[in-house]
Ligand binder design. Sequence first.
Ligand SMILES: [Zn+2]
Ligand SMILES: [Zn+2]
Length: 277
Amino acid sequence: MLIQLASITNKPLKRVLEHIVYLLLIFVLIPVFVYFELCIVLPAVEKDNSKHVINLCIAFFLLLNIVGNMLYGMLTDSSIQGKMLDSQQTSDWTLCAVCECLRPPRAWHCNICNICILKRDHHCTFLTSCVGYYNYRYFILLTLHIFIAMVYAFYYNLKFLATFISWNHGLAIIRFIFPLANFVVDASYESLYIFIVVINFIVALFTGFLSYYHFSNVFKGQTTPERKHNESKYNKGWRRNLIEVFGVRWHLTWILPFIQSPLPGNGIQWHDEDKYK
Ligand SMILES: [Zn+2]
Ligand SMILES: [Zn+2]
């Protein structure tokens, strides 16, 4: 028996406004940071022209991956809406009282998206959508590329700060601990640069932790809720687990988000051992 889900009310206007706010935030913040790194920091610390070109190429690669994975993550739908749910094997399916349907294993309801999500991991504020079966790849590679970009930028930022910050018997540390207060007291370009570098450091720490946490989940074949409940029955070995998230061309997906890498399953059936090649 096949069940076609009826259309589910999805608070569309609120979701669209959320997307617009986050897109504006990201498309203002990213250009400001890129301008700072490429037009202020790099010319100040890298005088060698050939190295300058290499740095521009690396920056373009990272930027393309960050923006691309973010857009793919936002626009790839992992919800059960419109999916044909085969309910013959329903012994481990659960009932969603909100969607009023049976849902497959690993699918859970999201109160923000207001629908059940296949292999739901969590609702991502920055993607303004749930991370689930079809967009987990983009979410993880987004965090990984932001982390690499932040570490890379931080290396040059430290060299840049060294050109104008005076240690002043340790007093300079206070400017880094309270960057916003420092900027209010001394509204100079130096204070602004310190503020940007502190944000750079915090984002590097945050995305580094996220990348580590989610890659360890992927290798164990777990979602975040399954990890919390110590559930590991979907662990099929690291290689199969990688394919389950990054698709059959898993080894190429880090290069560009546009590379097609079909997933082996459909996020609905979880006990077909022979679907891997
Ligand atoms: Zn639901
Ligand atoms: Zn959600």
